[in-house]
Design a protein around this ligand. Structure first.
Ligand SMILES: C[S@@+](CC[C@H](N)C(=O)[O-])C[C@H]1O[C@@H](n2cnc3c(N)ncnc32)[C@H](O)[C@@H]1O
Length: 200
């Protein structure tokens, strides 16, 4: 199991690019958002800020690593309508503070960070925090490894698009899926975006 706090403490955070997910920036340019948004595994808060600036009524970041939470709170200190909570998505999603409170969940490198054996729990957790009719919007890391590399290593853990759709299909309907035209350097062609909806 990954010790996320230790990753932040030792500076082993290759995912932390110092800018929001390019696919999110691209989406927000065309699609203003509204309502309350949860960002599970928010890291140091870049996407939280982009979502708040993109029109969300309120954005909550959640992360299991206290150091990430501390850094995100510092980063977001001057960004209105944002908050960052410390906690485990698998537990917090089912507690009253989060359960049923959100119009949207933004997914970016949380799904690929958790062990594949817990993916069904992740999907349950995301469904639990959303209101009826709420949306899951995400950029999913499909194939983080080259063909000659061990595909089972991780995190990040890759997933096929069909497998992802099947997993999410337990609680959600796919509204739209697409390949982002922009990515962090090195992630080009390795991501897939999906907009899913929880039944109303
Ligand atoms: C690969 S990092 C990505 C962080 C951020 N999304 C980004 O792209 O910069 C995965 C993040 O998920 C957090 N995380 C892992 N498991 C978690 C859980 N069960 N609940 C909440 N956060 C979790 C880690 O602490 C880490 O910050």
């Amino acid at each position: 199991m990954t010790d996320w706090q230790q990753q932040y403490a030792s500076g082993a955070t290759p995912w932390d690019k110092g800018s929001p997910a390019p696919a999110l920036v691209e989406y927000l340019q065309e699609n203003p958002i509204s309502g309350r948004v949860l960002v599970p595994g928010c890291g140091t808060g870049q996407d939280v800020r982009a979502l708040a600036k993109g029109g969300a009524e309120a954005v909550t970041g959640l992360d299991i690593a206290p150091l990430a939470v501390e850094r995100a709170r510092h980063f977001l200190a001057d960004t209105p309508r944002t908050e960052v909570l410390a906690g485990d998505l698998f537990l917090e999603a089912h507690r009253p503070l989060l359960a049923g409170q959100y119009d949207m969940v933004w997914e970016h490198t949380c799904y690929c960070a958790i062990p594949p054996s817990r993916r069904a729990e992740y999907v349950d957790a995301v469904a639990a925090v959303l209101k009826p009719g709420g949306h899951l919007l995400g950029v999913f890391y499909i194939n983080p490894w080259d063909e000659d590399e061990d595909q089972t290593q991780g995190p990040p853990f890759g997933t096929g698009i069909e497998a992802l759709r099947e997993m999410l299909g337990v609680h959600f309907t796919l509204i739209k899926g697409w390949r982002p035209t922009v990515a962090y350097p090195g992630r080009e062609g390795r991501e897939w975006c999906g907009l899913f909806q929880k039944p109303g």
